[in-house]
Design a protein. Structure first.
Length: 395
């Protein structure tokens, strides 16, 4: 029992230590509001695409997609549950249409990478991890590797939808398609225009194209984002075995010179997100007394759905799945991984999107503060206990 609690707390503290460092840097004057926004935009345009590319391309394959079909099925189910709660609970608190987009994004997109991976890794090396052994030859290292692989595969779909649908939900409210394109252009305006050759060529070609084609191009531009481009490219690489072998064979010239460099850049993404979040917590404390009733209601509804209602629905679904006569349903590591991945607090990466889009920033800061500063440790402890209870019933 104590080992479980310590495993959960250690995993959370890995995240909160970096967040605290960001708060300390902001308090000492090393990071101001403009620097936070600049760093967040840089992260979204470069470091996060690097992280998504290496994480997706390295693990995705056609065989893996076929064998792990329950993972995308669970992800779509969890998204649908969040959508249902958003549509039914929001009107009860008089949440308007614009704010409902924020609630929907925060409830649909949970932390599907950094926190679940940390918890799964800590759980595997704890005393409780022995209950996850499936075969005689299983070890703590094997359990950890299998659990992390399940979570990363779940995270592929989370990353793809977060940086497409989620990115669109957290935009500024625009009246027409022209404003949508202008918003996205403002996000990447800090990059050198000369380097944005593909974007520029599309804009030039629009002049001689039909109105329908221009509308399609504007829609695509409004929907796409740099991380989503990286995710699509990673899927193409992962599903193309010759290309994947060139980039990920450790004896390959390109692995050492190109892939390893991209991996190094990707590793900076999560710490940057956490540092920016920590710096923003200083702003939250200063603005606590000025929060509007509208923002307060939005934050309450978001936390109610994401922290309480969604986990209460997901856990019984996973329990029912564990009773099926499927190979994955008999793997305790898979059961625990899906419970952890589906019940986490709101994704920290959404703060990156709100900063880049310059929308919903106050709401996001308060949601993340209450999610990670207050609810995270008790929530994660409850989730781990629930997952291990299901495994115990499965045995």
């Amino acid at each position: 029992m104590l080992g479980l609690i310590l495993s959960s707390v250690q995993a959370i503290m890995q995240v909160m230590t970096i967040v605290f460092a960001g708060t300390l840097l902001a308090t000492c004057g090393y990071i101001d509001d403009e620097q936070q926004k600049w760093l967040s935009r840089l992260n979204m345009i470069f470091f996060t695409p690097c992280l998504l590319f290496v994480n997706i391309a390295s693990v995705v394959s056609l065989e893996r997609l076929l064998n792990l079909w329950p993972v995308p099925a669970f992800y779509i189910t969890f998204m649908f549950i969040s959508w249902i709660f958003c549509q039914t609970v929001s009107p009860l608190f008089d949440i308007d249409k614009h704010q409902k987009r924020f609630v929907l994004a925060c409830t649909m997109f949970s932390n599907a990478n950094s926190l679940p991976v940390a918890i799964m890794s800590g759980l595997a090396i704890s005393e409780a991890g022995k209950s996850l052994y499936r075969e005689v030859g299983d070890s703590q290292a094997i359990v950890a590797a299998r659990g992390v692989s399940y979570i990363l595969f779940f995270g592929l779909f989370s990353n793809f939808f977060r940086w497409s649908f989620g990115f669109n939900l957290l935009r500024k409210e625009s009246k027409d398609e022209e404003e949508v394109v202008a918003d996205y252009t403002s996000i990447i305006s800090h990059a050198d225009p000369a380097t944005l050759t593909s974007y520029g060529s599309i804009r030039t070609s629009e002049k001689d194209s039909s109105p329908l084609f221009r509308k399609i191009i504007k829609y695509i531009q409004g929907f796409m984002s740099p991380p989503l481009y990286a995710a699509i490219l990673a899927f193409l690489v992962g599903l193309c075995n010759p290309l994947k072998n060139i980039l990920y064979n450790k004896d390959s010239f390109f692995y050492v010179s190109f892939t390893h460099a991209i991996e190094s850049c990707g590793k900076a993404s999560v710490p940057i997100v956490l540092i920016c979040l920590g710096a923003q917590l200083k702003t939250i404390r200063q603005a606590q007394g000025t929060i509007s009733n509208k923002v307060q209601q939005t934050v309450k509804v978001t936390l109610l759905i994401r922290v309480f209602l969604v986990p209460l629905c997901i856990i019984p679904i996973i329990y029912a799945f564990s009773r099926l006569k499927l190979d994955l349903a008999k793997d305790p590591v898979f059961i625990v991984s899906m419970v952890i991945a589906g019940c986490m607090p709101t994704s920290i990466n959404l703060a990156q999107i709100t900063q880049a889009n310059r929308a919903f920033q106050d709401e996001m800061l308060h949601v993340l503060f209450w999610s990670y500063g207050v609810a995270c440790i008790p929530l994660c402890t409850f989730i781990v206990f629930a997952a291990l209870y299901i495994v115990k019933e499965l045995a």
